[in-house]
Design a protein around this ligand. Structure first.
Ligand code: NDP
Length: 527
């Protein structure tokens, strides 16, 4: 099948065409919005913010609950749309895109108010001086969400819900590979009665995403590749727009010698091949203790051979098509490079020639080493390279030998040992005896370290990305001047030194020893 999709080199087209990666058939078209159209959407969103931010949490949640009901009622149609656009099995669209999103909707509809409640701060000894502080959370304004194609529903819908619950309006730019799913998300919220312009979907290509930043939104939530993330951060930096970057992963799985082998092997297979390996948290490197690697590899190979590959819309599909020919070419390049350097493909190792679309066979590689592309660059495809290690220290060193740090997985039957290893791995999330799935837990933070980005989505930390904290400080003894104000006399000098030595210890007892100097200073200021 030739590549029917537009490439990024071609000049801007008035329309974006969405193709089914399993067949190459056109599914639909959407406008490729230009700079002026995106700027107009952001202006409308800014105007809508004035009313939206004033709504109570209860009212905002009402729209989320109604949208949730519509999603539930149309679950299978939505799964089919996601499956057709992104190539994944429809059941996986339910389990990995829609179901986590439904859970997140209920969680933030119920809990955002509590999480954003004004917070009284303990200001230590200043409190004894008649002062108090609290932090209140303000909506930011217009949040620009730039989303990838791999979880075209799960990723943007969660960010939309968190942004809306925090009182922001949203302009969402879906990937040009999955625009219809983005448009559907907007439609569902509109049918749920969401006021006009509170959520707008701007379809288009990379230039449309760039235009969203150019339009001066109040925050950018970007999920995508490291390369685009750099461009987004630079453009946002020019305008001092805060940005959360959720970028790629080269996620290691460490299988210690005391792991439950059968389960660890099954986890590796699902972790590497679910969503055709196109999850930012996919298992991309598997390090296995030398004493169990042969048995482990045999189990992995046997389980991989049982995987059924077919169009995502087929009920017989475990692994569907890749999202684009571009992505398939990257996978092919990484596997060919590994094989050329001595690796062995124990399964797969090539495109699935029995199927017409962009299918790559689930591939288990052995004989890999740390210098190969497949162990260094994000592959983002159905490839599981397996490599041995001798000691726990070596496993940790190998796991950390990457410029990326999104997730990591440790398999062991000794949880204490798992925690010890987990704490030494450089990643935003380390799962012990688990793979991929914590993005689906609404309560837990998601985000990376190193080149995997910064900032968090999901959980309270994710919700806090959607607000600006306003600190309100009250001095109830406002009728008195502060002792550290002008008039830097000798008395002031003595008192300042006393405060530096005693007040700054935080001890009430020590501070009382400065009281005589403070009284002197007070009397001096009164004159
Ligand atoms: P891309 O970086 O290619 O694109 C991401 C989004 O950015 C798309 O909507 C894209 O539009 C848009 N875009 C492209 N150029 C620009 C630009 N100059 N300015 C603003 N926006 C732009 O990523 P993919 O869609 O290919 O997604 C795959 C990547 O996403 C992988 O690296 C994966 O690891 C990462 N990812 C990270 C996750 C995380 O949580 N950390 C989760 C999921 C994926 P268009 O598609 O129209 O070009």
């Amino acid at each position: 099948m030739s590549s029917p999709g537009p490439t990024k080199e071609q000049p801007a087209k008035p329309e974006i065409v969405s193709y089914d990666p399993a067949t190459g058939a056109e599914i639909g078209r959407v406008p490729n919005l230009n700079q002026a159209e995106v700027a107009a959407a952001v202006e409308r969103a800014r105007a809508a913010h004035a009313n939206w931010r004033r709504l109570s949490f209860y009212k905002r949640a009402g729209y989320i609950w109604r949208a949730r009901e519509i999603i539930l009622a149309e679950l299978d149609q939505l799964a089919e749309l996601i499956s057709r656009e992104a190539g994944k099995p429809a059941l996986e669209a339910i389990s990995l895109d829609l179901s986590p999103s439904l859970d997140l909707m209920q969680y933030f509809a119920r809990n955002s108010e509590k999480m954003l409640r004004p917070e009284k701060l303990n200001i230590g000894l200043f409190g004894l001086m008649g002062r108090s502080s609290r932090v209140e959370y303000q909506s930011l304004g217009v949040i620009g969400i730039i989303a990838p194609w791999n979880f075209p529903w799960g990723i943007p819908s969660g960010e939309v819900v968190m942004a809306l619950m925090a009182g922001n309006t949203v302009v969402l730019k879906p990937s040009e590979l999955t625009p219809l799913t983005g448009v559907k998300l907007g439609e569902i919220f509109a049918r749920a009665g969401l006021p006009e312009n509170v959520l707008q979907i701007v379809t288009g290509d990379g230039a449309t995403g760039a235009a969203l930043i150019e339009a001066g939104v109040d925050k950018i939530m970007f999920t995508g590749s490291v390369a685009t993330g750099r461009k987004v951060a630079a453009a946002a930096g020019e305008r001092l727009i805060p940005v959360v970057l959720e970028l790629g992963g080269k996620n290691p799985m460490v299988v210690l010698e005391d792991a439950h082998l059968e389960t660890a092997a099954e986890a590796a297979v699902w972790g590497a091949f679910a969503n055709s390996g196109q999850a930012c948290a996919s298992v991309e490197r598997c390090y296995v203790h030398e004493s169990i690697i042969d048995k482990f590899t045999e189990l992995v190979v046997a389980k991989t051979r049982k995987i059924r590959q077919a169009a995502g819309t087929s009920p017989e599909s475990d692994v569907g098509a890749m999202s684009s020919e571009n992505q398939l070419a990257i996978v092919d390049d990484h596997v060919s490079d590994a094989v050329a350097h001595g690796a062995k493909a124990r399964t797969g190792g090539h495109r699935n020639s029995k199927l017409d679309g962009w299918f790559y066979e689930p591939t288990v590689l052995t004989g890999v080493d740390q210098s190969m592309k497949v162990m260094r660059a994000e592959t983002f495809g159905p490839v599981l390279p397996i490599m041995p290690f001798c000691t726990e220290e070596e496993a940790i060193r190998l796991a950390n030998d990457s410029s990326l740090g999104l997730t990591a997985n440790v398999y062991t039957s000794d949880i204490g040992r798992g925690k010890r290893v987990a704490r030494q791995i450089e990643a935003g999330t380390v799962m012990i005896n688990e793979v991929i799935y914590t993005h689906g837990i609404a309560q837990t933070p998601w985000g990376g370290v190193k080149n995997s980005g910064f900032g968090r989505t999901h959980g309270k930390l994710g919700l806090l990305e959607m607000v600006s904290p306003r600190h309100i400080h009250i001095n109830r003894a406002g009728f008195m001047p502060d002792l550290w104000w002008f008039g830097y006399t000798k008395t002031a000098g003595k008192m300042f030194r006393g405060l530096a030595r005693r007040f700054a210890t935080g001890s009430v007892l020590e501070t009382t020893l400065v009281l005589p100097q403070m009284i002197k200073r007070f009397l001096e200021k009164k004159q």
